[in-house]
Design a protein around this ligand. Structure first.
Ligand code: 5GP
Ligand code: ZN
Length: 140
């Protein structure tokens, strides 16, 4: 048995509340939901994070995302929806099999809080942003 919890879920070795499955992806209810309707969408292949995705595998996964989001919208009529995806432990990744979180939002007190999201525009002038962009473009 693999040590990856999501591979075990996909293979049916660990139970999950499945929503959707096709050749490439698997969607299921998060066991510790941040809000009502918190869903995870994962590739069936063991892909650890965004860096390890091929464009083809990524497009297969992301092509399903609007369908999941619309199903949640239709079912629960949330007033908003956060899609979240963590890469690396410092970014909050705790399961090292890529997963896209769908977090329906109902109001400011719905259990999910992004209030610690602080912007740093004062630290980066337009000129500095251009320098950063030029560096990123070299890697693209
Ligand atoms: P991360 O912190 O890596 O972005 O998110 C991992 C998510 O996986 C968490 O929201 C957590 O609740 C969920 N999770 C962890 N173990 C299980 C499990 O065994 N079953 C299900 N359904 N979700 C899990
Ligand atoms: Zn895995």
């Amino acid at each position: 048995m693999t040590t990856c919890i999501f591979c075990n879920i996909i293979e049916g070795k660990i139970p999950s509340i499945k929503l959707y499955e096709d050749e490439n992806v698997y969607a299921f209810m998060d066991i510790m939901p941040l809000t009502k309707g918190h869903v995870l969408l994962v590739p069936k292949k063991h892909i650890e994070n965004i860096y390890d995705f091929s464009a083809q595998d990524a497009s297969k996964l992301f092509s399903i995302a609007p369908r999941i989001a619309n199903a949640l919208k239709e079912t629960f009529q949330p007033v908003g929806m956060n899609l979240l995806q963590n890469n690396g432990a410092p970014a909050g990744q705790s399961v090292f099999h890529f997963h896209l979180h769908f977090i329906p939002r109902f109001d400011e007190n719905d259990g999910f809080n992004l209030s610690t999201w602080q912007t740093h525009e004062k630290d980066f002038s337009t000129e500095q942003l251009q320098v950063l962009a030029d560096k990123i473009k070299i890697a693209l």
